[in-house]
Design a protein around this ligand. Structure first.
Ligand SMILES: [Zn+2]
Length: 202
């Protein structure tokens, strides 16, 4: 790896097994990215939150992760700044989030929870350019979502090249989840709003 890419892994308590801050530089050799994820899994990565896009879901599914929950930004109560900053710079019209859990080593797949699998370029804020596959040199359409995703999948050899913010930052349970009247600050019905990363596993 170049040193410009990396990940963080939670090891204790509520954070145990969470894979955070998976970042891959655009200058990274795409062939070295799967090795980074394999290392994270070997060290105990069990769940993560990524942005909703078929490329993200497909990438993590190669390592046995499957989508557990899909949520929109509006369902998150006080999410970390890191989760939303890059979306807000694009006018607040961002992707949903997928919580993925390592369940199996079956064939890689994109679930029905990820949308628009046949028309990637239709996403707001995304651009597309011509590139060539780093593996077999076939021409490929390269998708860019500024600061979030830079990826292509080769139709000839199947290679998935992916860079960007592959998994978001840590989101711990608030230390004081009671409001000033002593009521649990639960504003939504169960399953409709989320106050920490662990809530996404419910
Ligand atoms: Zn190829």
């Amino acid at each position: 790896m170049s040193g410009l890419s990396g990940f963080a892994l939670g090891v204790e308590g509520e954070r145990a097994g969470w894979l955070y801050d998976v970042f891959v530089s655009q200058r990274e050799d795409p062939k070295s990215v799967p090795g980074m994820l394999a290392l994270a899994v070997e060290q105990g990565a069990r769940q993560l939150v990524t942005y909703e896009h078929p490329f993200f879901e497909l990438f993590f599914s190669h390592f046995g992760f499957r989508t557990r929950t899909r949520v929109s930004m509006a369902q998150l109560r006080n999410p970390p700044r890191e989760w939303t900053a890059d979306i807000e710079t694009q006018g607040g019209r961002g992707p949903d989030y997928l919580c993925m859990v390592k369940t199996s080593d079956g064939p890689a797949t994109v679930s029905a929870l990820a949308s628009d699998t046949g028309n990637f370029a239709a996403r707001p804020g995304m651009s597309i350019s011509d590139a060539s596959c780093v593996h077999c040199s076939a021409p490929v359409p390269r998708l860019r979502w500024p600061r979030i995703l830079d990826a292509y999948q080769c139709q000839r050899c199947g290679f998935l090249a992916i860079a960007g913010e592959l998994a978001v930052a840590q989101w711990s349970r608030p230390k004081n989840s009671m409001d000033s009247d002593g009521n649990d600050r639960d504003l939504g019905a169960p399953g409709t709003s989320f106050a920490c990363g662990s809530d996404l596993l419910r």
